[in-house]
Ligand binder design. Structure first.
Ligand code: CA2
Length: 151
């Protein structure tokens, strides 16, 4: 196992995945996504923890608690992506490299989803590939961390 501890954060309503609106968000549940990511983390030789919350303050607290323990974050902020200054401030405050992911392509959807508060402080954004957005996001994050160590 490598030295990297990765945190996957899921924002509001993502606990409903696979149970409601499968035409937009697919039929895979959040539990299944987390176990796919655990599998991928073994392949990438990192440790992974996952958390979902419907509460902005809980997400802010968890980001603060990640300081000095977590080397990288994959976040699907859900609707908070388009509203939350508190989450960007928390991520900017802890300075943990972060990748923003979305199941749907936010740029092909309603105008209000096009703006991301998180994007300017993220390493990058992956949007529109369903569950693969998370896998690609995790791979990109671990690549980024490995490159930083090897340079
Ligand atoms: O595409 C994504 O991953 C989003 O982050 C999902 C958010 C949405 O507000 C963002 O614009 C894009 C919504 C998550 C809601 O998830 C549900 C899942 C099943 C049923 C109802 C909601």
């Amino acid at each position: 196992m490598s030295q990297f501890n990765i945190l996957v954060l899921h924002g509001p309503n993502l606990n409903l995945l696979g149970l409601r609106e499968p035409e937009i968000y697919g039929s895979v549940t959040l539990t299944q996504i987390n176990s796919i990511l655990q599998e991928e983390s073994k392949r990438l030789q990192v440790s992974l923890s996952c958390l979902q919350s419907n509460h902005e303050g809980v997400l802010v607290d968890v980001i603060h608690q990640a300081m000095d323990k977590i080397q990288g974050i994959v976040i699907n902020p859900g609707a908070y992506n388009h509203t939350s200054v508190a989450i960007i401030d928390a991520l900017a405050g802890v300075k943990i490299p972060t990748v923003e992911v979305h199941l749907s392509n936010i740029h092909r959807r309603e105008e209000f989803r096009h703006h991301s508060y998180i994007a300017p402080i993220a390493i990058g954004q992956i949007s529109g590939f369903g569950v693969n957005s998370y896998i690609l996001g995790l791979q990109a994050l671990v690549n980024h961390l490995n490159e930083a160590v090897n340079h």
